[in-house]
Ligand binder design. Structure first.
Ligand code: ADP
Ligand code: MG
Length: 559
């Protein structure tokens, strides 16, 4: 990204564009901007390959603004983007860069909003149209001439558009634009499907490839934690206790997982929401806005729902489910550490996924350090630190406003200042555990599989607790046709083997000899059950309670 001289001013862009860009706080063009802008200005077709966060938008927006004829009030540039969010982001960026170019009109065209106003905005003289392919095709069906004046075509995040199934729509759009156009294609990856589009629809394209992986990654502090699949949510909750984050995005693979994790986080008092393809477009947009302005701190998203989103507040990326390939790992963690900020990325790895971790390390050329699950002491310290931080500003002021009340209360209650303060603290902290013994009692042990190989979840004092040792004992081999199921109820919930046996016999309708060994640990229990008909049995036991608590029996996979 560095260069000796010139910066934006040396790029042959109109001074008003340069001024607007500098006014937004950009100092120097990024590598992709540096290389693409001259090529696009010169009128060449181009294929640009660069990771998320490298500044691709300005790489095409600036030269296009430079080229359009503001006096002509007709569509001249068409930008295609995979999702409504990205289309809006690109349209907003155009408006920012065009701040000092009066007469430039940008319209965003996407599904989920009425078509009429969009079409009117196009006809009313928008020179720049930013669209999702699906909705644009709907417009073309109504008015096949709507793109007949377009001279510049940009496919932004082309790989993502293909993943979303826009191939056919793209073909329709190519056909609706004059063949004399200039075409620019940006993509993070260049699979053969993209190369074949380029061969058919671009003319002698220049290639620009930015090897940004190591750059993207070095600003980000990365770590991984080995954990069993059924322990991910408790692991995330524990990690969050000690991570100091501003905003966080957690990636999972399925829609259901976005909902499950978001619900678990909300239950713990985090301002969290799910973001997935099933959520209505305008609701998705609200979620993103809320994350931007702090009404939300955590968004749990699938890759497609989060792709390309740019929220500078994001300090942390949690890869709760493993990405499908190393490139999408790089994309995901590129959501943090934006614009030179520091970021932190955490990756949960289940036993089966160990190899993928190695692939990621190889491709990014970096070791992803192993994180430890914080122990009770670390959790306690973090809680006290937060409490201290929340009190610090009050200590400076509250005496003036509440000092008299304090005197009156100590007098009325006939207690010491320390006794009253302690009472107020208990009230203010709302039952949160703030001493080591209670934190220890409250934190479920999260058995990690690194745990069984090495010493695993250690307490912060560096030694294994008695309890921990007992919990980590390797499970016994299973009999044929049996599987192990796990419940988070254990001895500390007042559970004994006979309670579990009774509940499963009564509510599950099993014969006594269908149930194998039952192992009750302090914070969980394992029960051996017949594999045959297991799903049905677990459904039957869905609402079963033992010792007043939900049994929530789940299949336990040891891998
Ligand atoms: P990409 O499309 O490659 O993922 P964007 O165009 O969305 O990247 O840009 C990522 C972020 O970097 C945005 O917040 C953008 O405002 C910022 N940015 C882009 N170019 C520059 C630059 N030259 N200097 C500083 N910040 C920039
Ligand atoms: Mg982009």
């Amino acid at each position: 990204m560095t260069q000796e001289t010139g910066g934006f001013a040396a790029l042959d862009l109109h001074p008003n564009i340069v001024a607007a860009v500098l006014a937004t706080g950009y100092e120097e063009p990024s590598a992709i901007q540096q290389q693409s802008i001259p090529i696009i200005l010169a009128g060449h077709d181009m294929i640009g390959q660069a990771q998320t966060g490298t500044g691709k938008t300005a790489a095409f927006a600036l030269p296009i603004l430079n080229k359009i004829d503001v006096s002509k009030r007709e569509p001249q540039a068409l930008i295609l983007a995979p999702t409504r969010e990205l289309a809006l982001q690109v349209a907003t960026a155009f408006e920012t860069y065009a701040k000092q170019m009066p007469g430039v009109n940008v319209v965003a065209v996407y599904g989920g909003a009425p078509m009429g106003p969009q079409l009117r905005a196009i006809r009313n003289g928008a020179q720049i149209v930013v669209a999702t392919p699906g909705r644009l095709c709907d417009h073309l069906r109504r008015d096949e001439k709507v793109l007949s004046t377009v001279q510049y075509l940009v496919l932004d995040e082309a790989d993502e558009m293909l993943k979303l199934g826009f191939m056919d729509d793209l073909e329709v759009i190519f056909d609706a634009i004059p063949a004399t156009r200039q075409t620019v294609l940006f993509s993070a990856t260049l699979p053969s499907s993209i190369r074949s589009i380029a061969e058919r629809h671009l003319r002698e394209p220049k290639h620009v490839k930015i090897q940004s992986k190591t750059q993207t990654v070095t600003a980000i502090d990365q770590a991984h934690l080995m954990v069993h699949a059924d322990q991910k949510i408790p692991a995330v909750l524990r990690l969050l206790e000690v991570e100091e984050f501003d905003a966080l995005i957690a990636f999972v693979r399925t829609k259901q997982a976005t909902l499950d994790l978001a619900a678990a986080l909300e239950a713990k008092g985090y301002k969290a929401a799910a973001l997935n393809g099933d959520i209505a477009q305008n609701q998705r947009e609200r979620v993103i806005d809320s994350l931007k302005d702090g009404r939300l701190d955590i968004v749990v998203a699938t890759d497609v729902a989060a792709r390309g989103l740019d929220v500078p507040r994001i300090t942390h990326v949690f890869n709760v489910d493993m990405p499908y390939d190393p490139e999408s790992y790089v994309h995901r963690i590129g959501r943090t550490g934006r614009a030179g900020r520091e970021g932190r990325a955490l990756l949960l790895v289940t036993p089966r996924e160990r190899r993928m971790l190695q692939v990621i390390e190889r491709v990014t050329g970096q070791k992803v350090a192993e994180a430890r699950l914080p122990g009770p002491q670390a959790v306690l310290d973090a809680r006290i630190k937060k409490l201290t931080a929340s009190l610090a500003p009050l200590v400076a002021e509250a005496e003036a406003t509440h000092g008299q009340l304090f005197d009156r209360l100590t007098a009325d209650l006939g207690c010491s200042a320390r006794a009253l303060s302690a009472a107020l603290l208990r009230k203010a902290t709302n039952g949160q555990s703030l001493d080591l013994a209670s934190v220890e009692r409250e934190q479920p042990l999260v058995p990690t599989f690194a745990a069984r190989e090495r010493s695993s979840e250690r307490s912060d004092r560096g030694e294994r607790s008695e309890r921990g040792d007992r919990e980590r004992r390797a499970p016994m081999p299973l009999a044929e046709g049996r599987v192990r199921c796990r419940t988070a109820l254990g001895a500390r919930d007042g559970i004994a083997a006979k309670n579990l046996l009774g509940a499963i016999l009564n509510e599950g309708g099993l014969a006594r000899d269908a149930i194998g060994r039952i192992q009750v640990r302090d914070s969980f229990s394992l029960v051996e059950l017949p594999e045959d008909g297991l799903e049905r049995l677990l459904t039957k036991l869905k609402d079963t309670r033992v010792a007043g608590k939900q049994l929530k029996l789940r299949r336990y996979r040891e891998d």
